[in-house]
Design a protein around this ligand. Structure first.
Ligand code: FES
Length: 72
């Protein structure tokens, strides 16, 4: 799971690249989620900045007892 604080909301994403399943990582310099395998890059909200991947899926969540609970 990847979490980005957008100021007025938390964006919770599945951080597995939608191209071939590598784990994305946060790039603090460019403020993007980057895939190390084939170069896909994502906006903080999971939208695609550079393919070949499609957008990262958002995970429904709620704040609960000081933590984040995923809604299934
Ligand atoms: S697995 Fe991420 S770009 Fe291919």
């Amino acid at each position: 799971m990847a979490i980005y604080n957008a100021g007025d909301q938390l964006v919770v994403l599945r951080n597995v690249c939608t191209h071939m399943g590598c784990q994305t990582g946060w790039n603090d310099a460019s403020k993007t989620w980057d895939c190390p395998c084939h170069g896909s890059r994502y906006h903080p909200d999971g939208g695609v900045l550079l393919g070949p991947a499609a957008a990262l899926p958002r995970l429904e969540h709620r704040l609960q007892n000081g933590g984040i609970a995923l809604v299934t």
